[in-house]
Design a protein. Structure first.
Length: 220
């Protein structure tokens, strides 16, 4: 009998991957599921998409029990940090210290059996992003960039992965490097953040490499 392995992708619209991507088979978690099944025929992989577009880390953690723990996952793919600084709705903002606390709560709430891969949020190209193109938001965004910009949350995410002993896939760095070689439009849509088909492929491949090594170590 095949060993059943459940994987949950937990995050926001990057995890959900629906933006201008109506074909579910082109979204990175579906690609990942196929790659894992081809890699390890002795296991039965179920990959669950628990990403919800627009979620801040606080909003995602409010559904942690329902959308993560209820599935009793063997692995969680954690992708947070893209919606923590809403310029239009101050009540949604997640300050850095609260973000650290939410990450700690995530770690402490997981069963002992559950392994984690941490994924950094992709680059946000401000010249294309709707918030940064809106004059009403420009002053706030510029003033909050150092403490509450995407890069600040990426740094906290990386620190969390290191402190927790979790494998890190630095998707942010990889997409920046690939964009310099092939052009950012190959991987990022013209809204400045969401992924193209190629961007989804890169994310699936990067996470697959992390999971492949973890699965090998377990001898499955």
């Amino acid at each position: 009998m095949k060993k059943k392995i459940t994987i949950v992708g937990f995050g926001n619209s990057i995890t959900e991957a629906k933006t201008r991507m109506p074909d579910e088979n082109k979204r990175w978690l579906k690609i990942l599921e196929r790659k894992l099944s081809e890699f390890c025929a002795d296991a039965d992989f179920t990959v669950i998409n628990s990403g919800i577009g627009g979620n801040s880390a606080r909003e995602a953690m409010a559904r942690f029990d329902r959308d993560v723990l209820a599935h009793s996952p063997d692995y969680v793919l954690l992708e947070f940090g893209g919606n923590n600084n809403d310029p239009a709705r101050p009540e949604r903002r997640v300050p850095p210290e609260e973000f650290r606390g939410l990450l700690k709560r995530f770690r402490e709430g997981l069963p002992a059996k559950t392994k984690v891969v941490v994924i950094t949020f992709p680059p946000v190209f401000r010249d294309l992003h709707s918030y940064w193109k809106n004059p009403l938001h420009m002053e706030y965004l510029q003033s909050s960039l150092e403490k509450m910009g995407v890069e600040a949350y990426i740094k906290i995410t990386k620190e969390f992965a290191e402190k927790s002993g979790y494998p890190l896939y630095d998707f942010h760095r990889e997409l920046l490097e690939l964009g310099k070689i092939n052009g950012r439009e190959k991987y990022t849509q013209d809204d400045g953040v969401h992924l193209t088909e190629d961007g989804n492929m890169v994310l699936a491949e990067g996470v697959f490499e992390k999971l492949k090594n973890m699965i090998k170590q377990k001898g499955i």
